[in-house]
Design a protein around this ligand. Structure first.
Ligand code: PEP
Length: 252
């Protein structure tokens, strides 16, 4: 079976000034041993992106944008293009975070254009999918996730999507303190891998890292990471606290 390098990613959302961002990076890098050799990614606000990328040079930490626009430039007030994100030092970008979908109205069609833009500029995409509580309760979880994958990644080949990272983030578990059980996470991760195998072939499916996100904490990361198809975590709240995030990176 393919050995997949684990990824622990932190989504800082709309938090941290420049000084706070710098302090957090210091807290993550000083005297730190990355015991699992995990790939570490942080996604700061755009205002801190260049600074964080500069501070992470020569460390194991890679930097992601939290989103990118689908155009390279133009009259799109407040948006940030993949060209700008890359220029600021991002190597990755999150696309389709549930807050982008629900608060900012990013549809599957928009997300598909954003994926295209990111890939065009060589940014590695962390593509988020997840069901709401109502969808889970009516038994639609797997259908919803398959549709998000199908529509968001529409028209790309396995070759184009090479390196893609998927994050399964049940909407009801994000920032709520509620976490999917390891079994619930495994069930959806296995279904995602099965979908990827059908759509893009088994090699692609086996190589693709699927992260779990939704109230991952230092106290629950070990049991979630123990599941076969869970290849990492996308962490919100606890990625803002160096000591907690360090423990999550060094999951057992
Ligand atoms: C997230 O923002 O992607 C997330 C999972 O947040 P939290 O860990 O705070 O639930």
């Amino acid at each position: 079976m393919t050995k997949r390098t684990p990824i622990i990613a932190g989504n800082w959302k709309m938090h941290n000034t420049l000084a706070e961002s710098a302090a957090l990076i210091k807290g993550l890098t000083e005297n730190f041993e990355n015991k699992q050799n995990a790939e570490i990614i942080v996604a700061p606000s755009y205002t801190s992106l260049a600074k964080v990328a500069e501070l992470c040079k020569g460390t194991a930490i890679k930097v992601a944008a939290q989103d990118v626009h689908w155009e390279d430039k133009g009259a799109f007030t407040s948006a940030v293009s993949p060209v700008q994100a890359k220029d600021a030092g991002a190597t990755h970008t999150i696309i389709g975070h549930s807050e982008r979908r629900s608060v900012f109205g990013d549809t599957d069609e928009i997300l598909n254009k954003k994926v295209a833009a990111a890939l065009r500029h060589g940014l590695t995409v962390i593509f988020c999918v997840g069901e709401t509580l109502a969808q889970r309760e009516t038994g639609e979880t797997l259908q919803v996730i398959e549709a998000q994958l199908k529509n968001g990644l529409k028209d790309f080949t396995a070759e184009q999507l090479n390196g893609l990272i998927i994050a399964y983030e049940p909407v009801w578990a994000i920032g709520t303190g509620k976490t999917a059980t390891p079994e619930q996470a495994q069930e959806v991760h296995a279904a995602i891998r099965q979908y990827l195998a059908t759509a893009y072939g088994n090699d692609f499916a086996q190589a693709t890292r699927i992260l779990y996100g939704g109230s991952v904490k230092d106290s629950n990361v070990d049991e979630i990471m123990a599941k076969e198809d869970v290849d990492g975590a996308l962490v919100g709240g606890q990625s803002l606290i160096a000591e907690k995030f360090r423990r999550i990176i060094n999951f057992n």
